[in-house]
Design a protein around this ligand. Structure first.
Ligand code: NDP
Length: 314
């Protein structure tokens, strides 16, 4: 048990979550302070837990400045912005918010693929722009019955696959280790998966291990009739190669919830009708964000009362 130390908030969080943190714990909102260095000097010896989001993480230098820090609690399932090896070496445990966001992220991946293949957003723009009376809307591409490739068959990848079962699709996947209890075909590499599917849905973890996994070569294999959906992390896709492939019609289209340098989106994508562009909203529903906030509070409560975390990262 860690007693009643201070909780450091290292990134902006939902207003309700910030309120709950402030009500329950002595909290320092580091990211809001004009002089964070001075605040650190004042509070460094009291901070036992840090709460943060995947966007910010906790830098190694911040961990090093907090000698009593023993827990980093992430809002979100991705935690690649925190160096877990460094944390462990300092005796700091790390948690995330798995499972509670899986359904909403999978829903969005399916919706985004239907959007880009059936041109829903493009059709909406066409009606709003008053073009309906002057020219017929171009034909789109059928979704049902297609071959879906899932890159990363984890919690979210499986939820995407389950949804597509209802569309009469055939489903294959790529992950480093074949998954035992699924009816889908394992394909050893991303390139082979891309070559044999009509739509490649990216649901791998982010971080150094998957950087650029969807390379120019993988996009080439996806080909001019293939679609890409990315709800994982912008870093997983070679964005320059994607821009080139979209601009030159070497893939049919892409639906992207995540980008290499958010919130900056390459101009060529903004100008293309082949892409659906979303502002990193896959988990952004009232229900899921509340559940994520609750899981952050539950992790923190467990840590402050028992010294352990409820959903530690592997
Ligand atoms: P999981 O850890 O359950 O799944 C990740 C999967 O990726 C694992 O099955 C893993 O399998 C696979 N994987 C890892 N590295 C590779 C690789 N090099 N090649 C192929 N497969 C690989 O995580 P979740 O499903 O819960 O979440 C997935 C990711 O989705 C998160 O890490 C996060 O970045 C992103 N996400 C995005 C959101 C958004 O708002 N857009 C919201 C929530 C999550 P194996 O180890 O066998 O390779």
């Amino acid at each position: 048990p860690t007693g009643s130390g201070t909780v450091l908030q290292a990134s902006p969080l939902l207003p309700d979550l910030e309120k709950a943190l402030a009500e329950r714990y002595r909290t320092v909102r580091l990211h809001e302070l004009a002089d964070p260095a001075a605040a650190l000097r004042e509070h460094a010896d009291d901070v036992v837990a840090a709460v943060t989001s995947a966007r910010f993480g906790v830098a190694n230098s911040l961990m090093d400045a907090l000698p009593r820090l023993r827990a980093i609690v992430h809002f979100g399932v991705g935690y690649e912005t925190t160096d877990v090896t460094h944390a462990r070496a300092r005796g700091i445990d790390v948690s995330n918010t798995p499972d509670v966001l899986t359904d909403c992220v999978a829903d969005l991946a399916v919706g985004a693929l239907i959007d880009v293949m059936r041109a829903l957003s493009a059709g909406d723009r066409y009606v709003r722009d008053g073009k309906w009376s002057s020219a017929p809307f171009p034909l789109a591409t059928r979704v049902s019955g297609k071959r879906i490739g899932i890159l990363g068959l984890g919690r979210i990848g499986r939820a995407v696959a389950r949804r597509f079962e209802g569309f009469g699709t055939s489903i294959a996947y790529c992950s480093r280790t074949p998954v035992a209890d699924v009816p889908y075909r394992h394909v050893p590499t991303a390139r082979e998966l891309a070559a044999e599917c009509d739509a490649l849905v990216v649901t791998v973890a982010g971080g150094a291990a998957t950087r650029g996994l969807v390379s120019a070569e993988v996009l080439e294999a996806l080909g001019p009739r293939g679609y890409l959906v990315n709800v994982a992390r912008g870093s997983v896709v070679d964005e320059q190669a994607l821009v080139a492939a979209v601009s030159e019609g070497r893939i049919a289209g892409a639906a992207l919830d995540v980008f290499a340098d958010e919130p900056n989106v390459p101009r060529a994508l903004l100008e293309s009708d082949r892409v659906v562009l979303l502002p990193h909203i896959a988990s952004a529903t009232h229900e899921t964000r509340r559940a994520m906030g609750d899981l952050v509070l539950d992790n923190l409560h467990r840590f402050m009362t028992e010294g352990t975390l409820l959903t530690p990262v592997p």
